[in-house]
Each structure stands twice: as C-alpha cells, then as structure tokens.
Design a protein around this ligand. Structure first.
Ligand code: NAP
Length: 246
C-alpha cells in the first residue's frame, strides 16, 4: 500500500492527516497517511527504509533542517531554502532519490494572486520564519517589493515600533507570517498601527484558526480586504498530492 505522512515536532492535531485520510476514503485511493513525530531530525534516516513510503509533508521545526537529507531540490524550494514536501523517487534497480519541494509557496500564490490589484506594489511581511520566506519569494516573483517586519532589530528589516502612517501608506499589502492570533490566543494580533489602514490595503493572514483573526477584523474595520490562510493550506495540500504523483 502506498504510504504518505507528515514529519514535525510536536505533532498534535494535523490538518494534513485529516485531509489526506478523507481524500483516500472518498476517492477510493489505496493509501495511508501517518504522523511521524521526530524528536530529532536525525531520526529521518529510519524513514528511508520504509519501502512503501512515497511522500512526506514537513512541518515545524524541520522545513530547513531536512534539506541535508535530500538528494535534490526543485528550483523554487532551492531559492526559498525551505522544503515542506518530499517525493520518494524509487528507481527500477531499487535505488531511492529524495526530492524536496515547497508547496507552501504554491498555495500562497494561488490564494493571493486573484486578490492582487495594480496598486499593490509593496508589501510588509510580519515575521521572519520559514513561512515568511515562501511568501517573500512569491510576492517578489509577482513584482511586489517586500520588507520584513521583526521583533528584533536587524539591518534591512523594520521593527514593529518603526511602523507609521507613511510606511503603511506605502505598503498596501500586509501579510501576517507569524503565529500571532492563532487559537487559543485569538485575542492577540500583530502590533501594527491599524488606524492607518485603508480600503486600498490587502491584509493576508497565514493563520486559519480562527477563521477571522483579530488582525483581519482590525483590517476590515478600516475597510481593508482581509483574507485568511485557509486557501494557502488547501492549496499546499493539493499541490503536494500533484507532486507525489508526478
Ligand atoms: N496557511 C498555511 O498553509 C500555512 C503554511 C505554513 C505556515 N503557516 C502558519 O504560519 C505561521 C508561521 O509559520 P513559521 O513556520 O514561519 O513559524 P515560526 O518560524 O515559528 O514563526 C514565524 C515568525 O513569526 C514571528 N513570531 C513568532 N512568535 C511571535 C510572537 N509571539 N510575536 C510576534 N512575532 C512572532 C517570528 O519572527 P521575528 O522573530 O522576526 O519577529 C518568527 O520567526 C504559523 O502559525 C504556521 O502555522 C500556515
């Protein structure tokens, strides 16, 4: 039976396990999807010995650390420097090659592209983790100039306390690429001056639980367009399935 799965740590509730298990049942696909909670990335070696494993998703904290175990990266994953999908390629002679992809980027692009307008020329990306790298890559690919906002002062980045009316006027796309506002912390939101948002702004939150975060609520109050990360989540899963079946 073809096997798929997710590596990460810790792994609690998993969207991917539910999504793929339901898909396999609904579409009569003979396959299974398992969770592999690895307390250290070196445990990845053991998974290479599973002859029926065809593909893996990768989540926090291994999207970058797993790269050292792969034979090859697709162009996008290589440029982003993070992998969230691995394809197990088995040759007729039994040899195994592992190729890494980034379907977070694909999911983000398919969900934000229909919302982009001509005046969306510059973007702020809140957070500097793995998700922010895929988002930065896609925004720049679509001709949008990006600036990262971080809690830590670093050359080339803005900090939250530097954000003012001029910066918000100049950056009409704002993507929350941090976990701030995720359930059960639904009463929290990134520390930006929401009063300067307008109906020209597009707010995109990678968070999808709750469906409407405080970040998005605050944006909507100012007339901004506001969209959550559900489209990205489903888009990355759809793309992962296509990759495993290439
Ligand atoms: N919708 C989807 O399909 C999708 C896909 C991937 C990820 N995600 C979600 O995206 C979020 C980010 O993922 P990630 O892998 O990039 O996570 P991460 O590396 O843990 O965090 C991202 C960045 O957020 C900032 N941050 C973290 N805690 C913060 C806090 N308390 N206050 C302010 N900023 C904080 C940090 O940047 P600084 O230290 O520079 O401030 C951090 O580097 C997660 O919630 C993840 O579940 C969603």
């Amino acid at each position: 039976m073809r096997q798929f799965g997710l590596i990460g740590f810790p792994l609690g509730h998993s969207f991917s396990k539910k999504y793929f298990t339901e898909k396999f049942e609904r579409e009569n696909i003979v396959a299974r999807y398992d969770l592999y909670e690895l307390s250290d990335i070196s445990e990845f070696e053991v998974l290479k010995n599973k002859p029926e494993l065809c593909g893996l998703n990768v989540t926090i904290p291994y999207k970058e650390k797993v790269i050292q175990y792969l034979d090859e990266l697709d162009d996008t994953a290589g440029q982003i420097g993070a992998v969230n999908v691995i394809r197990f390629i088995r040759k007729n002679d039994g040899a195994l090659r592992l190729k890494g992809y980034n379907s977070d980027a694909i999911g983000f692009e398919s969900s934000i592209k229909p919302l982009l307008k001509a005046h969306h020329k510059k973007a702020l990306i809140l957070g500097t983790g793995g998700a922010s790298k895929a988002i930065d890559y896609i925004l720049r690919k679509n001709g949008i100039e990006t600036t990262f906002v971080s809690r830590h002062s670093k050359p080339g980045l803005l900090t939250y306390d530097q954000l003012d009316k001029t910066i918000l006027d100049n950056n009409l796309v704002i993507v929350n690429a941090s976990p701030v506002g995720t359930f059960p912390h639904s009463d929290e939101c990134p520390n930006i001056p929401y009063q300067f948002l307008t109906d020209k702004h597009l707010l995109y939150d990678v968070v999808y639980n709750p469906a409407e975060t405080l970040f998005l609520k605050n944006g909507k109050k100012q007339g901004a367009e506001a969209v959550n990360g559900e489209g990205m989540l489903i888009g990355q899963a759809v793309a992962a399935w296509k990759i495993w079946n290439l």
